[in-house]
Each structure stands twice: as structure tokens, then as C-alpha cells.
Design a protein around this ligand. Structure first.
Ligand code: ATP
Ligand code: MG
Length: 561
């Protein structure tokens, strides 16, 4: 590794050890191998960051390999979405590969195995085979077809390929050991008949190779040196090696499978199968719904590639599974957007303020800084007038001394503008406050340099000028599930824990500088949170997604000045 300052994780140690033992650095090659049966999620992000990160660290190529051996569940839409998501995260693959491109090679190797007496066609039902499988403590029973002659096996296998048999009538099995303590070694299935068109090979094939047979051989064809997968494949390693040992040429790289722990995020599910249910049952509005833990959902919600990579880096690679709290992901995006997102003012729950001593039919444009984190501060103009909106919760008729916002008889500063004092609350017949009448101190304008402008008042509020404000739609999100681990309750379906109030759509008023905001642009609505312009926006109506709450307070921002 180039710089030795960072401590290595156990995966990097494996590579370092191999290099020390003479493995040629030039031969390092990695891959990210998604099955195109759904959109990528935050768990995949860990695997992407691991594999592509190793590629960058060791200056080694990384393939994007679609593990597309199951025509029943895979679709082209998913392939496109996966490519988009990996690119969006900022990674470049060396080769775009498909296991389906290797179907012929895999078939040829299977024929070799048959010829060597290491594979046979079994013609039992799947129930019969399951019965013979045994248990971890009880050896399996050999199939009555196990000792078919090589000729008969070759003939049947060819006819399976030619489409002479119905789906499910025969399978090709590796002839390994029905007494193995590893159940996966008990004559695993290599091929099944499936009369189904494939998104790439169409109807060229009606026999499809199983994952275990395909994965290692694909790694070998691509000369992947290190094949990292999640822990559930640990038991598969023996089979992975058995298959490789039967095809590999000593002059070539023999891929090495190693396992790391799956990443789980709280208050959601990270399984494509379960996410598909949320989509199909209409619980969310598609794979990229901002509530989804998919990469495309997080993107639409306002997460940045940097924040997702930072999250993956922070949680690191582990040997044991554990649950990561979603608040860590939120922390990462807040940190990133704090640096990047321009500050603007928007009011979500408007309360009208009338500044009674401010001239009617007057407006002025005040300077507002775009981002206090900028090295060279830039400013924009925000219009000010006699009638403004502030947040309802920022005004109370009476409140204790800890309420640093607006109350009757007391002063606050309006951000980038003047100090105002609340004089009177106007109410409707039911006693609800409909407007607040205030007076302002004309000499207190922010940045004007007058002694009044330096005057300290406890609270600072955001606001928008009513005649200038733009009405927009705001979508606020809560956790999709009420339980931290919705899919870990025995006897209960994860769908039982859906949060019925995970989406709240409201209207809000924002400063006019946002009129030209484009889909995908991030903003900090001061004192509220981070927001992103949603692609549902039209020329008539902007739609904002709330990415995350703002934890900063004015107090903290002011303290830094
Ligand atoms: P899912 O259950 O969501 O379908 P999967 O493992 O079947 O997940 P694949 O498309 O096969 O999904 O995964 C591609 C790669 O991403 C694999 O190497 C897999 O081990 C890894 N991966 C999948 N989920 C996670 C996760 N939660 N954490 C870390 N890596 C993961
Ligand atoms: Mg899978």
C-alpha cells in the first residue's frame, strides 16, 4: 500500500500477505459482482467501496460483473440502474462483464467434468433429491443415477441443452461426496433446465448454470485474484475451490475467495428481495423513492456520493455482522452538505409578520452570505418588505427566558436584516394567532456598521418576504420502519413494522433566489435542514426533498464568528 499511515483492515492484510509471499502485484484484479435482480442498496455500497477502493489503493483493475444466471428474476432495467449507481458513486470499472457471456465456456467445462467422471445427470424430482441430502449430522444417500456411464451422461446433458426435456426433469450434478460434512459438497447441482428467455442470451439456452458453478469460474475467466463476498458464502468456499481445481491451469491466477460481514442498517431492510416487495406492494413510489435505502433512493433524498463513501469507510470491513445505526449515515451527509450546500431561507409553517413602521410599497435587497464555510465568502441579495413570513413555532405570546425567539414586547434579529420587536398578536375567532404586528429598528440593518447593527439580541430568525416568496412543495421523510430491525422478529413479517407516517407533503415559502433551482441541487434551509430539488419539479412548481435535519444551531454558527 502506498501510504502506510492508515491501518489495514483484515482484507487488506490478506492481500499484503499474498504480496509478501510472492504474488505479483501486476496480477491483482478485483470485481464487484451484483446479481441484476434489483437496485443496489447501502449494503452493496460497502462492497463497492471495498472492491473499487482496493483497485484504487493497489492501482489494480476492477471488473463490474453481472451475475446473471437466473433468467426468471433478472431484468435489463436493473443492469442499467446498477451501472448508473456505481458510476454515480464515482467509480470506474475496467471491464463490464456478464456471467452469461461465459455460458458456452461453462458448458464446455461441464462436458469435461462429465468425461472425467466428475459430473452426472440426475433425473429424480427435486423432492427426491432433497430427501437424500441428509442433515449436517447424517450423511446423504447417493442418487440411483449417480453411476450412469459417461456416454449416457454426455448424451443426456447434450439433449438437456438442446431443449428436448421439460423444465425440472433433469439436472447436472457434480459428483463429489454425499458423506461430506459440508452439505454443499453433497453432489451440488451445476445446471437446471429452465425454458425461459434470458435478458442477454434470449432463447439460446434452456439450461442455466447455478451460482456456485458460475461464480468461481467467472472469477477465473476474468483472472480475478481476490474474490470478496459476504459471510454466507464461507461454507461455499470449499466448493468454489473444488470447481476451480477441476479447470484451472497452473500458469494462470487461481482466484481466492474470502468473506466479510454483510452490513445492516437500522430502521430499514437491505435485501433486494424485500425491497422489491416494498416497491411491488406500493409501500413506496419505486426503487428510487427517497425513503428507500437504495443508492438511487439515497441520491434522490439528497445524499452525496462522498457521504456514502465516508459512511462505508467509517464503518469499515468486519468479520462479524452487526447493526449500524442510520444516524451515522445521517451524520455523514450532514458533514458533507455543511461544506457544500448554499444557505437559503425557507419557511415551512408560515406565520405572517407585519412590520407596522416599515413603509408600504417599499422593498429593499439585503446582502446574505451564501455559505459561512466558504473560503472566499460570496453573497446574494434577498428582498425585504413590510410583510414577512416566519415559522409559527418561532413566535409565542409569552414564554420563559429560555425562549430566544420572538415573544410579545421582546426583540429578535431577522437573519441578514433588522432587529424587530413583537407588539401585538392578531387572532381569529377561535383564538389562533393569524399575524404578529412588529416594529423594526431602521438603524439595525445587518452589516451596516451602525452601533445599532452591532446590538446583541438573543435570537435570530429566518424569514421570507411575502410578496417575493415562492411557494414550493416540501416532502419530509421519517424512517420507513418503526423498528430498528424489522426483519429480525421471529414469526413476524417485516411489513408489519412499516411506519405509516414516513412521508409528509407540505407547502412552504422560499426566497426568490431559488426560482431557478434545478433538480439535484442541494440547499440548507437555514435553521431547518438540508434539502434537494426533486426531479418531480416543474417550471410551475419546485419540489424539495428534505435530506436530513439540521443539528447546527445559530448559537454554534455565531460562536464561530
Ligand atoms: P440481496 O440480499 O440484497 O439481494 P445479494 O448478496 O444477493 O444481496 P448481490 O447482487 O449478489 O446481492 O451482491 C453483490 C455483492 O454485494 C456481493 O459480493 C455481496 O456479497 C455484496 N453485498 C450484498 N449485500 C451486502 C451487504 N448488506 N453488505 C455488504 N455487502 C453486501
Ligand atoms: Mg445474491
Amino acid at each position: 500500500m502506498a501510504e502506510e499511515t492508515k491501518s489495514l483492515n483484515f482484507i487488506e492484510h490478506i492481500i499484503e500477505d499474498d504480496l509478501e509471499n510472492g504474488f505479483d502485484k501486476q496480477d491483482l484484479r478485483f470485481r464487484f459482482p451484483p446479481e441484476p435482480n434489483g437496485y443496489l442498496h447501502i449494503g452493496h455500497a460497502s462492497s463497492i467501496c471495498l472492491n473499487f477502493g482496493l483497485g484504487l489503493d493497489y492501482d489494480a483493475p476492477v471488473n463490474l460483473r453481472f451475475d446473471d444466471t437466473n433468467p426468471a428474476k433478472e431484468e435489463k432495467e436493473y443492469v442499467e440502474a446498477i451501472k448508473r449507481d456505481v458510476e454515480w458513486l464515482g467509480y470506474k470499472w475496467d471491464k463490464e462483464c456478464y456471467a452469461s457471456d461465459y455460458f458456452q465456456q461453462l458448458y464446455d467445462w461441464a462436458v469435461e467434468l462429465i468425461k472425467k467422471g466428475k459430473a452426472y445427470v440426475d433425473s429424480q424430482t427435486s423432492e427426491e433429491m432433497a430427501e437424500q441430502k441428509g442433515t449436517p449430522s447424517q450423511t446423504g444417500i447417493e442418487s440411483p443415477y449417480r453411476n450412469r456411464s459417461v456416454e449416457e451422461n454426455l448424451d443426456l446433458f447434450q439433449r438437456m441443452k438442446n431443449g428436448e426435456f421439460e423444465s425440472g426433469t433433469h439436472v447436472l450434478r457434480a459428483k463429489i461426496d454425499m458423506a461430506s460434512s459440508n452439505m454443499l459438497m453433497r453432489d451440488p447441482i451445476m445446471y437446471r433446465i429452465l425454458h425461459k428467455a434470458h435478458h442477454r442470451t434470449n432463447t439460446d439456452w434452456c439450461i442455466y448454470p447455478m451460482y456456485d458453478w458460475t461464480h468461481g469460474e467467472s472469477d477465473y475467466i476474468e483472472q480475478v485474484s481476490h474474490s470478496f463476498c459476504t459471510l454466507e458464502f464461507a461454507m461455499h468456499r470449499e466448493l468454489y475451490e473444488w470447481f476451480l481445481d477441476n479447470v484451472y491451469d497452473e500458469n494462470k491466477v487461481k482466484p481466492k475467495q474470502r468473506e466479510f460481514a454483510r452490513r445492516n442498517l437500522s430502521h430499514t431492510v437491505v435485501s433486494k428481495r424485500k425491497l422489491l416487495r416494498l416497491v411491488e406492494d406500493g409501500v413506496v413510489n419505486g426503487w428510487d423513492d427517497p425513503r428507500m435505502p437504495t443508492i438511487s433512493g439515497l441520491k434522490r433524498r439528497g445524499y452525496t456520493p462522498e457521504s456514502i463513501k465516508k459512511f462505508a469507510e467509517t464503518i469499515g470491513i468486519a468479520k462479524r455482522e452487526n447493526l449500524i445505526d442510520v444516524s451515522l449515515l445521517e451524520f455523514c451527509v450532514r458533514e458533507d452538505l455543511n461544506k457544500k450546500a448554499p444557505r437559503v431561507m425557507g419557511v415551512l409553517n408560515p406565520l405572517k409578520v407585519v412590520i407596522t413602521n416599515y413603509p408600504e410599497d417599499t422593498e429593499e435587497y439585503l446582502d446574505a452570505e451564501n455559505n459561512p464555510e466558504e473560503e472566499n465568502m460570496t453573497y446574494r441579495k434577498v428582498p425585504f418588505s413590510r410583510e414577512l413570513y416566519i415559522e409559527q413555532e418561532d413566535f409565542r405570546e409569552e414564554a420563559n427566558r429560555k425562549f430566544f425567539r420572538l415573544k410579545l414586547g421582546k426583540e429578535v434579529r431577522l437573519k441578514n436584516a433588522y432587529i424587530i420587536k413583537a407588539e401585538k398578536a392578531i387572532k381569529d375567532d377561535e383564538g389562533n394567532i393569524t399575524e404578529v404586528h412588529c416594529t423594526y429598528d431602521p438603524l439595525s440593518k445587518s452589516g451596516s456598521g451602525t452601533p445599532e447593527s452591532q446590538r446583541k439580541v438573543k435570537g435570530t430568525l429566518h424569514w421570507v418576504s411575502i410578496p417575493h416568496a415562492k411557494e414550493v412543495e416540501v416532502r419530509e421523510y421519517d424512517r420507513l420502519f418503526t423498528d430498528p430491525e424489522p426483519d429480525r422478529h421471529e414469526g413476524k413479517d417485516f411489513m408489519e413494522f412499516i411506519n405509516p407516517d414516513s412521508l409528509r407533503v407540505t407547502k412552504a415559502f422560499v426566497e426568490p433566489s431559488l426560482a431557478d433551482a434545478k433538480a439535484g441541487e442541494h440547499f440548507q434551509f437555514q435553521r431547518i435542514g438540508y434539502f434537494i430539488v426533486d426531479p418531480d419539479s416543474t417550471d410551475e412548481k419546485l419540489v424539495f426533498n428534505k435530506t436530513v435535519e439540521l443539528r447546527d444551531s445559530w448559537a454554534k454558527i455565531d460562536a464561530k464568528k
